[in-house]
Write a protein that binds this ligand. Structure first.
Ligand SMILES: [Ca+2]
Ligand SMILES: [Ca+2]
Length: 359
């Protein structure tokens, strides 16, 4: 069921390493090292370009850093109760557009906790009954997601909304590890070792790259695009999954015929202009093809063809005859049907009538 949902909602575009290598480089790379560090990794970046990450110094101690332009600030979660003594193990994961930073740190007892850094204020993050906590992502509303180990030695996800914890498991999962949250509150991560998930409210959707195994989503942006890694034929590869909008609304069509009345019924051929608009809405899949057909109640004069659409509008001419049978009490009716199909296959139709009246 989850896989079916996935195929309806997501199309996965897989960034194969071979494909990337065959293309021209489209990035400018800037590299940096925290001075004196033997290991530096950047883990997160916000829209303003502030970067957070982790480094290890020559003594093997692990600290966080914030890089803001050329300014590099290092930090360590202060050890509770220890004056001027840091924890010497601080690992930031994410920074939001308000400059709030989340990650995890190890205290002097060797116990791991999540943290939130706001300016110089640190808040320790421990869901109830946690013996290990790592905060992985914070969105622009300050909602934090992460992973914790319960005293029962089970691994759960948590959402920390301003100090209020909601813990959750993917259905049937013994391990749930959320990695990303966007401003819509959509959460991605992986569960029970080899499956990715998307959580929207209380609905979980499995994220699995077709043909691959061990899909691990690591992030989701505000457009709902999901990034991560999976095991494919060429080893572990990256992926970008882009949601596909499902278009169920047919094109909207207007149609008018001029003249709409052919009188007197003297048998002459009259050019009738048929005009209107065909649009598929801003969220539509777009108009694929449009046609017209004239239905003559006598079955005699029934031109048809394609509708020339220019910038959503059209105008064409059909030639109809101003004639009717003498005993046709309500006059002769030509029905002009304009039909259009969108790229999702939805068919729309609109009608206009041209009448040869009795009187
Ligand atoms: Ca449509
Ligand atoms: Ca009639």
């Amino acid at each position: 069921m989850h896989r079916a949902l996935l195929s309806a909602v997501l199309s996965l575009s897989i960034l194969l390493s071979t494909l990337a290598a065959a293309q021209d480089a489209s990035y400018t790379f800037t590299t940096f090292t925290v001075p004196g560090a033997r290991y530096t990794a950047a883990n997160g970046m916000n829209t303003a370009g502030q970067v957070v990450g982790v480094f290890q110094n020559a003594q093997g101690e692990t600290y966080g850093f914030l890089k803001d332009g050329a300014t590099l600030t290092t930090f360590d979660v202060p050890g509770p109760g220890w004056v001027n003594t840091g924890t010497k193990f601080t690992l930031p994961h994410s920074i939001n557009n308000a400059g709030q930073i989340v990650g995890w740190f190890r205290d002097a007892s060797g116990v791991d906790h999540g943290f939130l850094k706001e300016g110089e204020t640190f808040t320790q993050i421990d869901p109830p009954n946690a013996i290990f906590t790592s905060a992985h992502s914070i969105n622009d509303d300050g909602q934090i997601v992460g992973w914790y180990r319960h005293t029962e030695l089970r691994d759960h996800g948590f959402l920390d909304d301003d100090g209020t914890f909601t813990t959750f498991d993917a259905p049937g999962a013994t391990l749930t590890v959320p990695y990303g949250i966007n401003t819509a509150g959509q959460i991605v991560g992986y569960y029970s070792g080899d499956q990715g998930f998307l959580k929207e409210g209380n609905t979980f959707t499995t994220i699995a790259v077709p043909g691959g195994t061990d899909t691990k989503p690591y992030g989701i942006n505000n457009a709902g695009q999901i990034v991560g890694t999976f095991s494919g034929p060429g080893g572990y590869q990256g992926f970008v999954a882009t949601p596909v909008k499902v278009d169920k609304i047919p094109p909207i069509i207007t149609v008018a015929a001029s003249p709409a009345t052919l009188s007197p019924p003297n048998g002459r051929l009259v050019p009738v202009t048929v005009s209107g608009t065909i649009t598929d809405g801003t969220d539509g899949s777009g108009v694929q093809a449009s046609t017209y057909q004239v239905i003559d109640e006598y079955g005699q004069i029934q031109p048809s063809g394609s509708v020339p659409l220019v910038n959503g509008g059209y105008s064409f001419t059909v030639t109809l005859q101003a004639s009717r049978r003498g005993n046709d009490q309500d006059g002769r009716h030509y029905t002009i049907a304009v039909s259009a199909r969108d790229n999702a296959g939805n068919l729309g139709r609109a009608l206009a009538t041209v009448t040869v009246p009795r009187n």
